[in-house]
Design a protein around this ligand. Structure first.
Ligand SMILES: Cc1ncc(COP(=O)(O)O)c(C=O)c1O
Length: 392
């Protein structure tokens, strides 16, 4: 007799992982690969974090912690909001999680019931759509484009037929790298508060911005869930640690869910992360490298025919409209990797409807790799101009 498999098990793969697999196969075969597909820092955790982890390994039994995280880390996160955003947060609203991914699961479970309708902007981080779907919620895709800097607006939300229970925003966003101005963010927060819509603000790329600072929704609304992570600015991706600023009305539900679903976030990572907030110089040096990489790619990519680029306000991505080069970005990326060794991510992960016309370049890697990748892309596209096919 066939045994049932849940429908949610049919969730699509995260395709960037498959690009990374193809790139790694090339590396294993001894060929050069320039990793412009990765969505993570190429640097290790700050030295003081690693030292704190070593000390904790020697001295600490590394038991379960409180479900909401160790008090020292929660206090350090609250201190971060004071220092960075001039915001006093009640420490009991700070919830340490297993990456921002863990925070999304907790927030969605606490805020929504199965069948609730949650708006997410396309292009967007695919995890939102897939977590929402896996939890039995209904993702409402909101197509955005250059006219709104690939971000949702109240006007776009007004066009959605039927009720809305939640809205996810990300500023800076992945893959477009665009930011909402503080006024635009406030307009969205006000829209949601007025209509009883739960706003979830993914602030994972805060700290990685070029020229202007990102505003936090925590300063605008106590009803919103603010999610952040140690994975990007803090360069602690594999440590699997994030946090959330929980709205007071959800805080207890989130605590009970966290106790039962995860018991506690990783203890070693928590002990180490307390030191992360004192590592500004090291972390800001990473951001300075991202800024140099960004400038290089913004200068060089157009010379290789990638001349329709989203404004890269923050994060470490450049989202290129490649519709003049191909109508199949996945095949285009496969061929680009095979012929140049440059790995990039086809847009289809981020926008199932229109992503075949887009490619995401990540500039999180080493500057030398960016320079060599740009040189290879220029050579590859050389002679083909911007009108060549490139896509088969
Ligand atoms: C926009 C965005 N949100 C959330 C995540 C998940 O990150 P983590 O679970 O490592 O915090 C990512 C990862 O790339 C991301 O790009």
């Amino acid at each position: 007799m066939t045994i049932k498999i849940a429908k949610r098990a049919g969730i699509p793969p995260f395709l960037v992982m498959e690009v990374m697999r193809a790139a790694n196969a090339r590396v294993a075969a001894g060929e050069a690969v320039y990793h412009l597909e990765v969505g993570q820092p190429s640097t290790p955790a700050p030295a003081a974090v690693i030292a704190a982890a070593r000390a904790a390994l020697d001295a600490d039994p590394l038991d379960y912690t409180e479900a909401l995280g160790i008090p020292e880390l929660r206090a350090a996160i609250a201190g971060h909001y004071r220092a960075k955003y001039d915001l006093d947060l009640a420490p009991e609203r700070v919830v340490v999680t297993t990456g921002s991914s863990g925070a999304f699961v907790l927030a969605f479970l606490a805020a929504f019931d199965p069948g609730d309708r949650v708006v997410l902007a396309l292009p967007g981080y695919p995890g939102y759509r897939h977590i929402v779907t896996a939890l039995g919620l209904v993702p409402l895709s909101l197509e955005t484009g250059p006219a709104t800097r690939f971000q949702p607006t109240p006007e776009l939300l007004d066009r959605i037929a039927g009720s809305i229970d939640g809205l996810i925003v990300a500023s800076p966003s992945n893959p477009a790298g665009t930011m909402l101005t503080p006024a635009a963010l406030a307009a969205l927060a006000g829209y949601c508060s007025d209509r009883g819509i739960r706003l979830i603000s993914d602030e994972i790329y805060h700290g990685i911005t070029f020229g202007r600072r990102a505003a936090t929704v925590a300063a605008l609304s106590d009803d919103a869930v603010v999610v952040n992570s140690f994975s990007k600015y803090f360069s602690m991706t594999g440590w699997r640690l994030g946090w959330m600023i929980a709205p007071p009305d959800l805080a207890r539900a989130i605590e009970c869910l966290a106790q039962n679903l995860f018991i506690s976030p990783p203890t070693l990572a928590q002990r180490a992360a307390v030191a992360a907030f004192d590592c500004r110089a090291e972390l800001d040096a990473n951001v300075a490298r991202y800024a140099r990489n960004r400038a290089l790619l913004l200068r060089e990519l157009p010379k290789a025919g990638f001349d329709d680029l989203a404004p890269a306000d923050g994060a470490f991505y450049i989202y290129a409209d490649v519709s003049r080069l191909t109508d199949d970005a996945t095949a285009f990326c496969r061929r680009m990797l095979a012929e140049t060794g440059v790995a990039a991510t086809p847009g289809i992960d981020f926008d199932p409807g229109r992503g075949d016309r887009f490619v995401r370049f990540s500039f999180a890697g080493a500057s030398e790799d960016m320079a060599e990748a740009a040189r290879r892309l220029r050579a590859w596209r050389g002679g083909r101009g911007t009108g060549g096919d490139g896509g088969s």
